[in-house]
Design a binder for this molecule. Structure first.
Ligand SMILES: CSCC[C@H](NC=O)C(=O)O
Ligand SMILES: [Zn+2]
Ligand SMILES: [Zn+2]
Length: 414
């Protein structure tokens, strides 16, 4: 590595060591690292707050363009991470240990998504050093709370006067690692719903066989859901659909039984039981059909089942269309982006729908094109997993690719 490259990896490690994981992300620590870093590159910095307590800063870093009349380019990254079960990791999740043999940097957030701000900023360093001056203004937003829904983060930002004033023409946000040498790109997120099914039923002695016990009723629900799930998953396994192109439904908790000081009473059948599902729908899914299915097949009242279906986030944009960004000639930003990747010697995957959600949905909802994109080729998908890592060489190559991407997007005259 050159001295610059070693410094870049060290800055990545330094950011990873700031504990921005939930449930108590150190946003102040992150701001204390990111703001002077951006200022040292000559960027303008602003801190916005969308909570009265001001504990969730949203950082805005700006590289002014020569033509302020052109809509600007936004590069986004969330500051927060999910928690880590340290005892299940081979290296401590907040130490950002670099394995000298493989170059892997292990840390919570290495992929999701704390590589991004350092790559954005280092790419800007490279472009400045090359004497490049952007025509369009480039903004970097570093936002809180993405992992918990973005209510006090990007959701409020997207609705703010400050956001409108930025006049954003196009946004890049996080994507996902790619196990092959193509870069993955995402043009939509699935909708996130939550489904809680509660069963009621006859209680009784644990030794008695009878019909209509609560857990028995709940098992009917689980069986029906499981059949649906197998069919959807089957299409993914067969390669007919991408993982973001089907409806996923996964049980995430179950609750039943009569608690006792030593655990659960073992010889009483309970009169209530409950299961929670994480339910995700492609943006073009037939919403009414899914709702009917839940009501009539998954949780029918005649089986003593009740349910709560929580629909989170927007389903359509202002014009009533499903929320996605066009990846064809109807979106001029798409070809600028595609060409930038080619000019950097990279290959792009067929655009995908992301199985999970990102803050991009709030921007797409406003009718602004946004793509999910992370430069992690030949990397296993480890977001939210144990031993999350990113290889130093992959991280460094990403900086070079972002130089091409930022140069192209900020020069686009369309
Ligand atoms: C709508 S809140 C959920 C946001 C979360 N984002 C990343 O994992 C997700 O579960 O997809
Ligand atoms: Zn993320
Ligand atoms: Zn995440």
């Amino acid at each position: 590595f050159t001295e610059l490259e070693s410094d870049q990896v060290a800055r990545f490690q330094e950011y990873l060591r700031i504990r921005t994981a939930h449930p108590s992300p150190d946003y102040a620590g992150a701001a204390a690292f990111l703001l002077p870093y951006a200022a040292s590159l000559g960027l303008r910095t602003t801190t916005l707050h969308f909570t009265p307590c001001k504990t969730k800063p949203l950082l805005l870093l700006t590289w002014p363009g020569s033509d302020p009349s052109l809509p600007s380019v936004l590069l986004n990254s969330h500051i927060d991470s999910v928690p880590a079960e340290a005892e299940r990791w081979s290296h401590p999740p907040f130490a950002a240990h670099r394995d000298p043999a493989t170059g892997r940097v292990y840390a919570r957030g290495a992929q999701d998504d704390k590589c991004l701000p350092v790559q954005y900023l280092e790419a800007i360093r490279g472009l400045r050093a090359a004497g490049f001056a952007p025509a369009r203004t480039v903004h970097i937003s570093l936002v809180p709370d993405e992992e918990i829904g973005g209510m006090d983060g990007f959701e409020k930002f997207a609705q703010s006067e400050e956001f409108r004033a930025l006049n954003i023409g196009f946004m890049l946000d996080e994507g996902q690692a790619s196990p092959t040498d193509v870069f993955r790109v995402f043009y939509a997120d699935r909708l996130v719903w939550r489904l809680i099914v509660k069963a009621a039923g006859a209680p009784g002695h644990g030794s008695r066989m009878f019909d209509g016990a609560a857990v028995d009723n709940l098992m009917d629900c689980l069986e029906t859901v499981s059949g649906f799930r197998e069919a959807q998953f089957g299409m993914v396994k067969a390669g007919e659909r991408g993982p973001g192109e089907v409806v996923s439904v996964n049980p995430v908790y179950m609750k039943a039984g009569i608690p006792s000081p030593t655990g659960f009473v073992m010889n009483m059948q309970p009169s209530e039981a409950e299961v929670g599902f994480d339910l995700r729908l492609p943006p073009t899914a037939d919403i009414e059909q899914i709702k009917r299915r839940v009501k009539e097949e998954w949780a029918p009242a005649h089986k003593n089942l009740t349910y709560e279906l929580t629909q989170k986030g927007p389903v359509t944009d202002g014009a009533g269309h499903p929320i996605f960004t066009a990846t064809d000639e109807s979106n001029p930003w798409w070809s600028v982006f595609e060409q930038a990747i080619t000019s950097a010697g990279g290959k792009l995957s067929k655009p995908e729908i992301l199985s999970s959600t990102t803050d991009s949905r709030f921007v797409r909802q406003l009718g602004i094109p946004a793509l999910g994109f992370s430069l992690m080729s030949n990397t296993p998908i480890l977001l939210h997993d144990n031993d999350e890592f990113l290889e130093d060489k992959v991280f460094l190559r990403g900086i070079k690719v972002y130089e091409h991407v930022i140069r192209a997007l900020s020069s686009f005259q369309g």
